[in-house]
Design a protein around this ligand. Sequence first.
Ligand code: ZN
Length: 378
Amino acid sequence: MHTSDTLELSLELLRQPSITPVDHNCQNIMADRLAKIGFAIEPMRFEDVDNLWARRGTTEPVFCFAGHTDVVPTGNLEAWNTAPFVPEIRDGKLYGRGSADMKTALAAMIVATERFVAKHPDHKGSIAYLITSDEEGPAKNGTVKVIETLEQREEKIKWCLVGEPSSTHRLGDIVKNGRRGSLNAVLTVQGKQGHVAYPHLANNPIHQAAPALAELSSTIWDHGNEYFPATSFQISNIHAGTGATNIIPGTLDVTFNFRFSTEVTADELKLRVNEILERHGLTFSIDWNLSGLPFITPVGDLVHATQKAIQDVCHIETELSTSGGTSDGRFIAPTGAEVIELGVLNASIHQINEHVNVDDLEPLAEIYENILINLLAS
Ligand code: ZN
């Protein structure tokens, strides 16, 4: 078993039990390394969330690495083969909570930055880090607040690399250059409770809603475009009834979500849903929650620099994709920054026995370093 700088730092970060919003000591470990190579360190704590803004250089353009030190809860500890915060290598895989999402990417970028700065101490522009401990949780006091602070002082990010695990089958095969929007709704359909033997005295909200839900689930909302797949509608929860066999329920609750492309807006989706529910004669209320707008980074400097870096290190053509869940890129893209996501394989994220291929760690550091070279080498 050979060791490497990226592996060493990964192990140190993985030993920190940093379940959202707790950073434990991760950001200090990173900040210490960055301070040694000339970064100005600025902790930004908002309520119970630790964030780190670090910048090397004062000029533009600003290249920023964005990521998070927090991890999702471990789940059933009994189900883990080894303790989630005692990282262990077995059969070429590094196990531990946060190994894929995304502490190894944090380690790879720190190592890449150290190597780049050693070779290019007078690089162009600035290198920055935007690190939060609240990506996996409510995401109210993390990246969004740091971005607000930067916007207030007109500090602009031109290129943003998010270290989320984007790879699917092998390192670097997929890079995310945008994300779909996400719109949640909680629908309550009003009926009238009664005895199942006397339906004429009641009004069954399940029967009322069923045809409307069928129409919602079969509607084509758009056809997508060159960057986005078609908008999708999914019901995630549905509930009515008391559990008794002889009671017609009084209300029906449905939770659903849209993952939407740039071919529709959230307001259009709301209008179309309302129109369908009204046409079916339902009495209803609906609570909407827009959790992210869609964004896209067209092919340009950052995409080219990333594609070339992956080609040079992994010898594969990478594929641009907008699939997957939301990420903190949604808060950074609206400032006008080019945003892409590139990290390790995502097959085991948020799962029991989360792991990463040890052999992917040094190549990831090399890819990250090459991106810096392609954009900022002096
Ligand atoms: Zn993540």
